[in-house]
Design a protein around this ligand. Structure first.
Ligand code: GLC
Length: 801
């Protein structure tokens, strides 16, 4: 069963049936103002922080689904019939009304055709302005003059997610709203700078700011009193629950069209006035929308492909990067699942997220890397979850608002948690992330930039990376394998002093990446020292972690093997075995054996399971994973994030067919017509898909904010299509199904554009026979070229004579 389709021309996903079992969401805003919005216009806005600066309210996990939202009601003032431009909240009978939703790149359009009135509501946030525009178009397709009333409606939130859900004795009296000169202003009285406004391109006929007045008692957004009676109450009040509605009456003759603009912005009435003036001009709205489109086209242009695989093209060229960028912006804190209660940056999540967008968002990558570097302790582990502003220089903190409810400020010594809270993998991801950024940008000086440590003192970026590697070298268990500490990548594997195979493999990987950098910089002393360490790590891994047919996942503090053929449950784990291969620890023979075991035991048509068999017996030496229902999340679901690691590992072994098989299994695009099973958006990777041990096998959960986005993007672009970088050039090393005749990629790198044409005349899966740059045969890598120049690179796959 399907609910919509991909429109590649417009880079939109078009939902044709709004009665989807779950909310299919989108993100508006690319800088400070953000709205998470569903296909039914339900959702919420916030400014900078989904925790501290909420603008519109969201009743998460509520009934009915995704209320309230950014709605427009229409009312026929003759018949008194009313409906909404998005299907919900009024929910007209779908046999009588046509409802579509187009989710595009940072905008959504809601379209409704009902009783001869065509209506379209387009929501977006201009790239450089803190205002959400609601661009409403109406057309009378009938033969009668229609008298209509328009009611845009939103519900304001108390400003802090906790204020909005608790401590109501205080929250109820902290905000107020009023109306002047066509603009509703909403403020948090305690805070001198906390104001929001709602304005429109017309002179309203009536308005409401008091929620209970607009909705009426014992009613909901489905049947608001004001809409039913055809007029607002002109309500204002200090304290209480607030909303914004600016009502307008108009007549539409047969064939007549009209356009109205609404503006929800951050700032005082004064700011609202300027915005009202500007965006009352439709041409300015059009310009802002075009700018937004150009913003995304500019990013996407950094990597565009044309392959024989339509789904791969659709996802890689648009949706996958869009999702990856969204993760870099909002980390894991703003969705319908993560609703702002836990904000800040997760150390490992952010370090992995930035790897994928160094080409499309270098500024943000650099900013995030610096934030992570400042969140590193001098001992070499990262602060697992932190707000970047905790480590802002003192002068930046001055003038910050203090709440009248006493919330003690964090001081460095209670921000910096101890080793017992440290995750063993967190900072290891930062080493490749920093190097990726430098390979992309060429900014070698970044290695020498001075950055503070979370617990005081400062050192260069390069020195920070060494601390990370040294920390893992020191934190070893009795077998010489890295300790698991609070957790490793798997949050639910809590080994404490037990040992994590994954972390030793990650350590080896980070060492190799660092050695490459040190060699490039000519720092021979470090090259020698860390090579020696890498050899030792590899030796211990090969000696202690091989289990006969695959690698272990770890060893508990009591010396019991995890992920072994000896075990009854959790015999085989995906993460350790994929990283054994990616990290270069596994010998060729062992790599083949463990990857074949993954295929045999973990593969399903929806993707690779995280482990097999799922745990049913609680074992706290292994961790929380044994207390999760079987087939869900970390306990044997198809956990999406490590799936691309298997694609990369297969590509390293030259097995393009199998990499593609795995890719296809997880690809949301491929599930477009099976929504009765998948349920979630087909344009977003999800955190997990229920595994075969669960009754809802194949159901996907937690879209958008997942490390899968970045890793899927990286695995396809750099390993399947094979276009990646080292410090001095572009490498082209595809690993594809043998029946692909070739593909093309346009890649921008350091200001030059490369049109890469890969041909596969012999039908191989891997191997490059010849590379021709602008007509001349060369050896890889392709060196950097002049800014602004364009080049053609022809790559012939095959075996070299
Ligand atoms: C979630 C977390 C991530 C973790 C993963 C596996 O996605 O955000 O940090 O690695 O779960 O437990």
């Amino acid at each position: 069963m399907r609910y919509g389709y991909f429109d590649n021309q417009n880079r939109e996903y078009v939902i044709e049936r709004p009665d989807i079992p779950v909310s299919w969401t989108n993100y508006l805003g690319v800088k400070d103002l953000c709205t998470v919005i569903s296909h039914n216009a339900g959702g919420y806005s916030f400014y900078k922080s989904a925790e501290h600066r909420r603008i519109t309210r969201f009743r998460q996990n509520g009934v009915p689904l995704d209320r309230p939202g950014h709605y427009v009601y229409l009312r026929d003032d003759d018949s008194e019939d009313y409906w909404s431009v998005s299907w919900q909240p009024v929910g007209k009978n779908l046999n009588q009304a046509v409802y579509h939703c187009h989710h595009g790149l940072s905008y959504s359009r809601f379209i409704c055709d009902y009783n001869d009135i065509y209506a379209e509501q387009r929501l977006f946030i201009p790239v450089n302005e803190d205002v959400e525009l609601w661009d409403l178009r109406l057309k009378n397709n009938g033969s009668k003059v229609r008298q209509l009333s328009i009611f845009p409606y939103l519900e304001f939130s108390f400003h802090h997610v906790e204020m909005d859900n608790q401590n109501l004795q205080m929250s109820f009296y902290a905000t107020g709203a009023d109306y002047q000169e066509g603009i509703i202003e909403y403020d948090l009285y305690y805070e001198p700078e906390e104001y929001y406004y709602f304005a429109s391109s017309f002179r309203p006929d009536s308005y409401d700011t008091v929620r209970e007045k607009f909705l009426g008692n014992y009613r909901t957004e489905s049947n608001p009193r004001a809409v039913e009676r055809g007029e607002c109450h002109n309500s204002v009040e200090l304290g209480g629950n607030h909303c914004a509605c600016l009502h307008k009456r108009l007549n539409l003759s047969p064939g007549e069209e009209t356009r109205l603009i609404f503006m929800l912005g951050a700032g005082r009435r004064e700011a609202g006035k300027k915005i009202k003036e500007k965006y009352s001009q439709a041409a300015k709205v059009d310009r802002a929308f075009l700018n937004l489109r150009e913003y995304w086209e500019g990013k996407l242009a950094a990597f565009q492909c044309r392959t024989p695989h339509q789904g791969l093209d659709t996802m890689l060229n648009t949706w996958n990067l869009y999702q990856a960028e969204t993760c870099v912006n909002w980390s894991r804190f703003a969705s319908f699942i993560e609703v702002g209660g836990r904000t800040g940056l997760g150390y490992r999540d952010t370090a992995q997220d930035v790897m994928a967008v160094s080409h499309s968002n270098p500024e943000m990558s650099r900013q995030r890397l610096l934030e992570l570097l400042r969140g590193l302790t001098s001992q070499g582990y990262g602060i697992h979850l932190f707000e970047p502003e905790w480590f802002d220089p003192e002068e930046k903190k001055k003038g910050k608002f203090k709440s009248p409810t006493v919330v003690p400020e964090r001081k460095p010594d209670n921000i910096v948690h101890g080793l017992e809270e440290a995750c063993s993998d967190d900072a290891l991801w930062l080493v490749p992330a920093v190097c990726d950024y430098i390979k992309e940008s060429g900014e070698l000086e970044f290695f020498d930039e001075m950055v503070s440590y979370a617990d005081g003192g400062q050192a260069t970026v390069y020195e920070h990376l060494k601390r990370i590697l040294d920390f893992s070298a020191e934190q070893l268990g009795p077998n010489g394998i890295c300790k698991g500490l609070r957790a490793d990548w798997n949050d639910c594997l809590n080994l404490g002093g037990g040992e994590s195979a994954l972390v030793s493999f990650l350590h080896h990987h980070a060492l190799l990446v660092f050695i490459e950098a040190a060699a490039y910089l000519g720092r021979e002393g470090d090259v020698g020292q860390y090579r020696k360490l890498a050899r030792e790590v590899k030796r211990v891994c090969e000696e202690k972690l091989w289990d006969g047919s695959w690698y272990l996942r770890g060893i508990t503090a009591r010396g019991k093997k995890i992920g072994s053929q000896e075990n009854k449950e959790g015999r085989l784990h995906l993460e350790s075995n994929t990283w054994a291969v990616i990290s270069g620890v596994a010998s060729e023979e062992r790599a083949r054996l463990c990857l074949d075991a993954i295929y045999k035991h973990l593969y399903s048509t929806y993707g690779l399971h995280l482990l097999w068999p799922a745990y049913s017996e609680v074992d706290d030496n292994i961790g929380f994973v044994t207390r999760v229902y079987q087939g869900i999340k970390e306990n044997g679901a198809i956990f999406s994030h490590p799936n691309p690691w298997a694609w990369i590992a297969e590509c390293k072994m030259g097995r393009g067919k199998r990499a593609m098989k795995y890719y296809n299994a997880l690809l949301p695009f491929n599930q477009n017509d099976r929504i009765e099973i998948r349920q979630a958006e087909p344009y977003s990777y999800c955190q997990f898909v229920m595994g075969r041990d669960h009754s809802a096998f194949g159901r996907a959960r937690h879209p958008w904010l997942t490390g899968t986005a970045g890793w899927a993007y990286t695995a396809v672009s750099r390993w399947i299509l094979g276009i990646r970088l080292n410090f001095d050039g572009l490498i082209i090393d595809p690993c594809i199904p043998a029946d692909w005749p070739g593909f093309e990629v346009t890649r921008c790198w350091r200001g030059a554009t490369f049109r890469i044409i890969v041909k596969n005349p012999d039908g191989v899966e891997k191997g490059v026979r010849e590379v021709i740059l602008d007509g001349k045969q060369i050896e890889l890598p392709v060196p950097p070229q002049k800014k602004g120049s364009e080049h053609e690179v022809v790559v012939i796959m095959g075996t070299r004579p």
